[in-house]
Design a protein around this ligand. Structure first.
Ligand code: NAD
Length: 429
């Protein structure tokens, strides 16, 4: 079974289990699982040497009960149809968790964009836009960037879409450059949203004692949730868009960032690290390793540190059966998509508060929604206003899930799936 199939199976199993708990009938369960459309196409692209190369591409439109399909487009050599379908399915859940008027979709191309020249990448992006132009639109399906795609790629796609359709439609794609209708605050949105969720959880400190605790270790320690954030220690794996902005904003909010890492390895300083200075260092040297006054550690060691909050913000499946027993953090904030395997989740769910990815990293799609609203109304907000709206929306999303997890005594992940499925089903006609 390839990773895409495994991911799809796991997403579908969780939806099925949740739907059965909610006593939904078989037909509703099918509608929650089966994608409404799977578009699969061959993209013929002219290379710089004049030869034509064919790449496989997909757009999966999973569910539109709550609104237009929403989800990014990824360019990755290992992308396969099942992976795109799994990610589209999870977007349906994430948009519902975030309280957005969107369904879920996802796009992908099996390509390694790092070996393409800029003009080859532009031709590939335009070809992809041509293939999807007839079934997307601001009220139908609203794509955005994802892994290895960015605002420039989206700008090429918008240009191509507008040529084909003959209309300017600033709400058909999100993640655009600000100069052509992108939103202020989008770059930082996923990290910022994660911080808002973490702060909202910490404010529930009086209630945290109600959560299930391990009898042996009593791992959830209410003392940790002090009124000040200053003594709360955080380790962040991944120092890209999500990890960097989360670490920077958490540091500015007074948390103590004791460990950071990138693909080459990590650093640890029990007295705390300043992520802005570490980023300046990384820009010069290419890595966070060997940063002054800190100890080099591996990515595996970072995950097992004795910290209050662990933030995987890089890759999927980094916490598995192999290392789950060594995790010492009291809270895991899943900023990456799927950083825990199913087995690791089952092992840790009684001992650690796990803030699930569909909630923790939903700040990105929430600000994409705010970009779409601004595009539709033709009026753009200042950054402060965008951040304020993000805060209100993501804290509201957290509250609904928290409430359910407390009243039904279930994990935040299970509660998130229940809240999402209830919302989707209530919109099914
Ligand atoms: P990015 O490419 O900007 O950064 C990824 C970071 O991970 C880099 O610092 C890289 O060095 C590091 N990394 C790569 N391999 C690693 C390894 N083996 N060990 C440790 N670190 C490693 O990506 P991003 O946009 O920050 O996305 C990170 C995660 O967050 C992904 O799972 C992505 O799907 C998820 N996510 C991103 C957004 C968004 O808005 N960007 C939204 C939702 C979810």
């Amino acid at each position: 079974m390839n990773a895409g199939q495994k991911m799809l199976e796991s997403a579908q199993a969780l939806i099925k289990k949740t739907a059965q708990n909610l006593k939904l009938d078989e037909e509703k369960i099918k509608r929650l699982i089966e994608p409404e459309y799977i578009h699969e196409f061959a993209l013929e692209v002219q290379m710089d040497d004049g030869q034509k190369k064919v790449f496989k591409g997909w757009r999966v439109q999973h569910n539109s009960a709550l609104g237009p399909y929403k989800g990014g487009i990824r360019f990755h050599p290992e992308t396969v149809r099942d992976e795109v379908q799994a990610l589209a399915t999870l977007m349906t859940i994430k948009c519902a968790v975030a309280g957005l008027p969107y369904g879920g979709g996802k796009g992908g191309v099996a390509v390694d964009p790092k070996i393409l020249s800029k003009s080859e990448l532009e031709r590939l992006s335009r070809e992809y836009a041509k293939k999807i132009a007839n079934f997307i639109g601001e009220d139908i399906d609203v794509p955005a960037p994802d892994v290895n795609t960015n605002p420039q790629i989206i700008a090429w796609m918008i240009d191509e879409y507008q040529k084909i359709k003959g209309i300017k439609s600033p709400a058909t794609f999100t993640g655009k450059p600000v100069s052509i209708g992108g939103s202020l605050g989008r770059n930082e949105a996923t990290g910022r949203g994660g911080l808002f969720v973490l702060q909202a959880l910490l404010e529930k400190r009086d209630l945290v004692s109600c959560l299930p605790q391990s009898k042996e270790t009593g791992a959830i320690d209410v003392k940790l949730l002090s009124s000040s954030f200053q003594n709360i220690t955080i380790a962040v794996q991944g120092f890209g868009n999500v990890g960097y902005y989360f670490a920077k904003l958490a540091y500015e909010a007074g948390f103590k960032i004791v460990a950071l890492s990138d693909s080459r390895g990590g650093i640890y300083n029990e007295k705390g690290l300043d992520p802005i200075k570490v980023m300046e260092f990384k820009k010069k040297t290419g890595t966070v390793q060997d940063y002054k006054n800190s100890k080099n550690i591996t990515n595996e060691e970072l995950l097992e540190l004795k910290v209050d909050v662990l933030v995987p913000a890089a890759l999927e499946n980094v916490i598995s059966q192999k290392n789950a027993k060594n995790i010492q953090a009291k809270i895991i904030l899943e900023l990456a998509n799927g950083p825990l395997t199913d087995e690791a989740f089952e092992f840790l769910k009684e001992k650690v508060i796990i803030i699930p990815d569909v909630l923790a990293n939903s700040g990105g799609v929430t600000v994409s929604y705010l970009e779409w609203v601004q595009g539709k109304q033709g009026y753009w907000w200042g950054e402060k206003e965008v951040n304020q709206k993000l805060k209100e929306m993501i804290v509201r999303a957290f509250e609904a899930i928290w409430e359910k997890s407390i009243t039904k005594k279930m994990s935040l992940k299970q509660a998130a799936f229940e809240v999402a499925i209830e919302r989707i089903v209530s919109a099914m006609v």
